[in-house]
Design a protein. Sequence first.
Length: 570
Amino acid sequence: MCDIDKQLLSLCEPDKIEAKYWEYKKAKLDNLLSMDKPTVLQELIASGATYQEIRDFNNPSANFPASETVTIIGKDGKKRTKPLITIPMGADGITYQKFEQELDDRVEDISKRLKNGKYLFYPFREVIILKDPLPNNRRPKRKDIVDAIKKDRVRILSIASIRDAIVQRIIYEVVEKRAEKQFARLDRKPKPVSFAYRKNKSAAMAAHAACRHMKNGFVHVLDADLRKFFDKIPTKPLLNVCEQFVGSDTLTYKLLHRFIKTDRVEYLSYNWARDKQGQYVGEKIFQEQKPRCYKGEPRRDCPQRLPREAGVPQGGVLSGLLANLYLHSFDEWVINDLAKQIPLHYVRYADDFLVLTRSAEALPLVYDEIYSKLTKTVSQDGLGLQMHCVDPGNPEAKTRFVDVRKHTVKFVGFEISHDKLRIHPTNIKKFKERWQEEVESERDLRDKYPNARERLCWLIHHRLRYKIYGHTIAEQCSKCNKSRMKRRSWIAFFSSSPDWRQIKALDKWMRRQIYKQFREDLPDLTYQDLKDLRLPSLFREYYRVRDLNRICSCYLKSTLCKKLREQEES
């Protein structure tokens, strides 16, 4: 038995599979920490349990909320119950509550099937997301989905069953360590070339790497994009890559093969399903019937099971890893072969990548070589993918040539030029729209809160503060691997942007919208009033998050040692 299968089987014991489930559930906590909900252990302590009972309390759910729902007040002022934990149901119709009730039996069954090599993945339930938002953010109808599919303006996600999601995590843990060693060979100074779906690599790091290359004179950029990359990865070449990576006779390869070839369930065949009373049931139809194979157009109430002809299921933890494995040969070709012919730098984030050169004359040559490499079949020493063509007459083309001294490049949400890195205006616009929507929602609260100041206080505490603060998550420090708390919010994502003036202007704009909305009821409203009502400053949060991202016990210790050495030397 090879080493990779030994590692896999060591994780297939029932207790370790159960631990993976609690790990998966913890990752699905929705705003738990920001809600300040009491946990199971806190409820036990509050009930007056003895020290011995608390010490002997050994339950994986101890740090989960005692109540898995929270009551929120909607924009219309009505109370609604919202789940704190959002674990989607797969096409097998099993909810996480039912999975937990039968947890011992289910983890035993998963362990047995994995060890004897008979584990099969259940068909993935597809979900379609529109790339273009509908007017007034209304819920899409069936016709909207059909029209968007015809225009090729959709993104397809694959929802796995809970048991399959756990098995994916087990396979990922085994394969990721080996894959990272392979990817790390290209992590050369000053920056790596691949940033997506890797630990301690981020979109912001990719943007900073590109900006640094531009400052060093690589100002002519091929801004490239692959067409429907996750849906179009050719299956056979991907399986060949997996076979070379983990071996053809391994259990790990068999599981990867089954994952890639698993059937899918057509979204249009189940999302508008109705029950006998004519009420929409959506994905709950899987609790009554299983998806089945049939030819023709998808029916509204009969889940359609289809074979996967190409691509990988997008949305699971394995999808990004497999995508990186498939594109790794392309990364090596660009760095080891193409870069020797033409001086260039290369930065990739998933299927978006930039190739930077010093001269404009080199870009067409680079484009021709890359387009040929990507679009040729594997038998022709290519990758069999589809790449958007350069269209000089179309300024909105997905693939284009850019001189960053004259124009900017949009990359991973940032706007990059030869001397600036800032948040892209489209992301600023989206944030403004969401903020404006929340501020204007105070109109729906006027009957419940006639007093304008009380209404403003409620709005700040229940809507606006979360827009700035987001919620807190536990994260491992990349240097010392110890757990620390980190903010997850819009400003936390863009906190690496050095353009503080952009953040300050946005902060002022946010307050102005509040002044305008409450002008009639509170004409003398001031900045100090908003501060007294505990409205956070986006500008201050920007700096606070930047400090939090750097501060860790290991960082403080190294900083202190550095200062002591400087004092001794002086």
